[in-house]
Design a protein around this ligand. Sequence first.
Ligand code: ADP
Ligand code: ZN
Ligand code: MG
Length: 484
Amino acid sequence: MTEYEAVIGLETHIQLNTKTKIFCSCKADSWADEPNTNICPVCCGLPGVLPVLNKAVVEKAVVLANAMHSEIQPLSYFDRKNYFYPDLPKGYQISQFDQSLGKGGYLDLPIPAANSFDKKAYIRRVSIWKLHIEEDAGKTKNAGNRRFIDFNRCGVPLVEMVTGPDLRTADEAAQYLIRLRQLLRWLGISEADMEKAHLRCDANVSIRVKGETVLNPKTEIKNVNSIEAVRDAIATEIDRQVREVEAGHRIEAWTLEWDEDTGSLKKMRSKETEADYRYFREPDLLPIRMTEEWKAKILAGFPELPLQRRARFVEQYGLPEYDADILTGERRLSDYYEEAVKDYGGDPKKVSNWLMNDVLRMINEQGLNPSEMKLTPQALASLLKLVDGGTINISTGKSLLQKVQDTGRTPEAIVSEEGLGKVSDDSAIRTVCEEVLTESPNEVASYKAGKVTLIGWFVGQVMKKMRGKADAAMARSILEELLK
Ligand code: ADP
Ligand code: ZN
Ligand code: MG
């Protein structure tokens, strides 16, 4: 049987999180607003108005270009992309064509090992073909035989980023979007929420016989608005193409639409070509002159990127990759971790365990922001020190997390005010142990008959009576002694 491989390239549109639109002062993010409430003569393309470029758009695009290892051009131009569509009131979109802000670039994707033993983790380098600034168009909605148009999105600032045909599986395509979303949030330049159209993706798919280097005709899948949908749509399309080719048919360059409800692809149209757009320079805007000074100012304080930080966490703190990946999933979380490690001074893996299991659960369940928690990294560090020093046991420590978060008091203060310190007074524990044994004659009999594993149950009863404060090791040895 012939073995095929997929060839996939992604075109993404990223909404930058500026306050205002790209060429006017209308509010940019009108996701939750009534239709046609954030519009003005400029973004609606009325005659006699002129666009004024929003500086913040350029600055955020430069940050992204830098993170993508894209060459930032000293001079770039705006161009008109001409087409007619009801939600494009000017009859053209202001975009960048041949001289765009960024040139080239790449993103390295760590692809995790598959579950099967013969697949190893690897890095997929995805090249960037295009990185440019443009304005968004409006939104059209069909309802029965009527058509509604919302201009709110007209003039919303976007960066369009196009990858080379470097991805090989539906999973790799999903990984690209996961890492891109992480990066955009890390840089603070986009909410990158696919459900809110802050991040949109069209997927280009073709197949070829494995080992070949030709590029075969491709299809383009539109209208996929979640990462899972992108993965499913691509996998479905790869299967279809393999079946077509096996049946002796040719793949035609269609544009397809993903229907999330039925999990199937529909043909939208045959693809138009670039020449149809009649690009020409935008006469109403000056080129962007990116001086070295301006660029240096924008990139001052450019952060360590998530994948670099992930590698450093493995190296510097000896964390497993799994931990490092979760802890660097979000920038504020990784900052939190590092601060706690610094304050604690002990084993960094221990901080990771507490953070990943207990603190992260609190954060997720209660929708907390790691950088604004009352359970600060310092508080977590001192709590861990109380456990290490034997002042409190682990279960008291865990219940303290929420108390600190609720009250904002230090762990030390709560422990001393509420008398949570561990009881390691022999006679106090002995009294409770005796109580437990008297109350459980059946278990005592079983124990004596040889079921020695019951010791754990007895210790549990003692801990319960002492509300978790007893020194468990001490309780165990007293119980064993009494049971002899
Ligand atoms: P088009 O002219 O159809 O828009 P481009 O050459 O501009 O095509 O590429 C658009 C996207 O399609 C890019 O992401 C690119 O990587 C991808 N692409 C190009 N050729 C192929 C192919 N043969 N198979 C899969 N993807 C492809
Ligand atoms: Zn406007
Ligand atoms: Mg193209």
